[in-house]
Design a protein around this ligand. Structure first.
Ligand code: PLP
Length: 545
C-alpha cells in the first residue's frame, strides 16, 4: 500500500470484493474527527475579513475608544472592549460556523450517553434525566439568579431549596440536612467533618480511627483520610455483607466512627445496620452511611430508623439529575439530631411569616451554634436542586417508592436472567437490591472481565462497572435503574449472554474486541502515561497493522 504525500490513496480500498477501509478513515456515518486545533488554525477566521490596507480603525462607529493606539500588528479589530487592547494573538482556531457546529456534533456522536442507550454502569445509577427537570431548571427565575442577590428577590429559589430539604429529611427520617455539598464525596467530607466537630465538642478529638468495610466505595476511605483519620478495614462475610462481629469487636475509645454503604456495593442490604449503629453509639462513635444507593430503598426504608448519624444523598443518582463527564453533581447530607448542630453554613430557614431567610453566621441561642464552617462559597447546586425537586414532585411519595421497587425488580431480573451463564457470587443468598453482581469465575483460561466489557461495546452497549467491588474477583456490577423497559433489558441480557458464552468458550476474537468501535482495544496504561495529544489518521495505523 503506497501512500502519497497528501495522504490520498489512489488504490480502491477493496480486497476480495469486500471493502475493508475508506480513504477518509470514515465508516459511513461513523466520522473521524481531528482536534479543533488541527481543523482550524489561528491565522484564519471564519467571521471577520482582515482590514483593508489603510483602514481607520473604529471610525464611524459612533463611540470610538479614546485615542485608539494602533495595536502592534496593526490588526484593527482588536479594540472591541471599551478601549482595551489585546497585544498577543488570541490563539484560537478560526473555523467557519458550520465547521464549528460539525466538530462538536461529531464529537457528541462519538460519546455514549444515557440518551443514546442503556448505561448499565453499576454503582453510578445512570438513570434517564427527565426533560421536565431540564425545563424547570431553565426557568429564568431559577437559571438567571445570582447568589449575591438580595434575599427578598430570591424567595422562590430559597423556597425550592427549603422544600427539597424537607423532602430529603422526610424521606430519610433524619433531623437536618446540609444542602451545599457538590457531590457524593463532598457530602462524605461534610458528614465526617460534622462527626469530627461533634467529637471535638465532647472533648473526644483523640478518637482517630474510622472503620470502613472492604467493599466500600473508594471515596469512603479517601474521605476519612482527607479529614485526618486513620482508616481500618472491616472484612466482608461470605455472603457479601459487613462482618458485624468483626466490626463490633474493633470498637473502642479510639474509634471515631464507621462509614458503611447501605445498600452496599455488592448490591445487598446491610441487615445488621441497627445492631451496628447501636454498638457504635454505645462505644461513643458515630455512624456515617454512604447513601449513594438510596435509590434502592427510597420510600421503603428511612435511614434515620437505622440509627444513622450522617448520610449523603447523590441527587445525581437517586433523583435523576444528570451526571457523568465530571458533573455537576449534588450531594446533600442528612444529619441526625446529634450531628445537626455541627452541620455547615449557610442554610435556608423558613420564618414564622412564611419568608425564607439564609442563615449565614453562627448565632448562639438558635439551634445551630456549632457549625463546623462552610463547604462551598454559596448555597450548592441550584440547578440540581430544581431538577431533583421536579423529579420528586412529579413522582410523589408513592411514585418514589415505586422507583425503588422497580429498580430492585429490574436488577433481580438481570441477576436471574444471567446467573446460569455467569457466576453470581452472592446469588444464592437471596434477591439483590438495585444492582446485580457477577464474577469472572468460569471464563476460559486467559479471559477476564475486560474481554466481556470490550465485547459488549461491539454489541452497542456501554460496559458495566468492572473490577469493583474489590471483594469479588473480576467483578461485573450491573445497575439497570428503574427507567429501563423490559425490552431494553432483554436486549442487553441477550448481548451479555452471548459475549459471556464466547468468553467461556475461549473465542479468541473476543481478545481483540471491540472490532466495530472507532478504535479497537487501547493500551490504557500507555495512554495515561504517554498521551498522544494530536489526532492520527487511523488508516495509516490500520495499514501498518
Ligand atoms: C457514586 C458514589 C459515591 C461518590 O459520589 P460522587 O458524587 O461521585 O462523589 C460514593 N459512594 C458510592 C457507593 C457511590 O456509588
Amino acid at each position: 500500500m503506497s501512500i502519497n504525500a497528501s495522504g490520498w490513496r489512489p488504490e480502491a480500498p477493496v480486497s476480495g470484493g469486500k471493502a475493508s477501509r475508506t480513504v477518509t478513515g470514515n465508516k459511513a456515518l461513523m466520522l473521524e474527527e481531528k482536534l479543533i486545533f488541527e481543523i482550524g488554525d489561528a491565522e484564519t477566521t471564519g467571521v471577520d475579513f482582515a482590514d483593508a490596507d489603510g483602514a481607520v480603525t473604529g471610525a464611524g462607529l459612533g463611540e470610538t475608544p479614546p485615542t485608539p493606539s494602533p495595536s502592534p500588528e496593526g490588526e484593527g479589530s482588536q479594540e472591541r472592549l471599551a478601549g482595551l487592547f489585546r497585544d498577543t494573538a488570541i490563539g484560537l482556531p478560526g473555523l467557519s460556523e458550520p465547521e464549528t457546529v460539525r466538530h462538536y456534533t461529531r464529537l457528541s456522536r462519538q460519546n455514549y450517553g444515557i440518551d443514546l442507550g442503556f448505561f448499565p454502569l453499576g454503582s453510578c445509577t445512570m438513570k434517564h434525566n427527565p426533560r421536565l427537570n431540564e425545563k424547570m431548571a431553565r426557568l429564568p427565575g431559577f437559571a438567571d439568579i445570582h447568589p449575591l442577590q438580595p434575599i427578598d428577590s430570591v424567595q422562590g429559589a430559597l423556597g425550592v431549596i427549603h422544600e427539597l430539604a424537607t423532602w430529603l429529611i422526610t424521606l430519610t427520617g433524619m433531623h437536618g440536612v446540609a444542602m451545599s455539598p457538590k457531590a457524593g464525596a463532598h457530602g462524605e467530607l461534610c458528614g465526617v467533618l460534622a462527626i469530627r466537630a461533634a467529637l471535638e465538642a465532647k472533648g473526644e478529638g483523640h478518637r482517630k480511627i474510622i472503620l470502613v468495610p472492604e467493599s466500600a466505595h473508594g471515596t469512603n476511605p479517601a474521605t476519612a483520610a482527607f479529614a485526618g483519620y486513620q482508616v481500618e478495614d472491616i472484612p466482608a462475610t461470605a455472603e457479601g455483607r459487613v462482618d458485624t462481629a468483626a466490626l463490633i469487636a474493633r470498637l473502642g475509645p479510639d474509634v471515631a466512627g464507621v462509614m458503611i454503604t447501605n445498600p452496599n456495593t455488592c448490591g445487598l442490604f446491610e441487615r445488621d445496620m441497627r445492631t451496628i449503629s447501636d454498638a457504635v453509639h454505645a462505644a461513643g462513635g458515630f455512624v456515617y452511611c454512604d447513601g449513594a444507593n438510596f435509590n434502592a430503598i427510597v420510600g421503603r426504608v428511612r435511614p434515620g430508623d437505622l440509627g444513622i448519624d450522617a448520610m449523603h444523598i447523590n441527587l445525581h443518582k437517586t433523583f435523576s439529575t444528570p451526571h457523568g463527564g465530571g458533573g455537576p453533581g449534588s450531594g446533600p447530607v442528612v444529619l441526625s439530631e446529634a450531628l445537626a448542630p455541627f452541620g455547615p453554613l449557610p442554610f435556608v430557614a423558613k420564618q414564622a411569616d412564611g419568608h425564607f431567610a439564609l442563615i449565614e453566621e453562627e448565632t448562639a441561642g438558635d439551634d445551630h451554634p456549632h457549625a463546623f464552617g462552610r463547604m462551598v462559597a454559596f448555597h450548592g447546586q441550584m440547578g440540581m436542586f430544581t431538577r431533583a425537586l421536579t423529579y420528586i414532585l412529579s413522582h410523589g411519595a408513592d411514585g418514589l417508592r415505586q422507583v425503588a421497587e422497580d429498580a430492585v425488580l429490574n436488577a433481580n431480573y438481570i441477576l436471574r436472567s444471567l446467573d446460569k451463564t455467569l457466576d453470581a457470587p452472592f446469588g444464592a443468598s437471596g434477591p439483590c437490591m438495585h444492582e446485580a453482581l457477577f464474577s469472572d469465575n468460569g471464563l476460559a483460561a486467559g479471559f477476564s472481565t475486560i474481554d466481556i466489557a470490550k465485547g459488549l461495546i461491539d454489541e452497542g452497549f456501554h460496559p458495566m462497572t468492572m473490577y469493583f467491588p474489590l471483594v469479588v474477583h473480576g467483578a461485573m456490577l450491573i445497575e439497570p435503574t428503574e427507567t429501563e423497559s423490559k425490552a431494553a433489558i432483554d436486549q442487553f441480557v441477550m448481548a451479555l449472554r452471548s459475549v459471556a458464552e464466547r468468553a467461556k468458550a475461549g473465542d479468541v476474537s473476543l481478545k481483540s474486541a471491540p472490532h466495530f468501535a472507532p478504535r479497537s482495544r487501547l493500551d490504557e496504561t500507555l495512554a495515561a502515561r504517554k498521551p498522544v495529544l494530536v489526532w492520527k489518521e487511523p488508516v495509516l495505523a490500520q495499514a501498518a497493522e
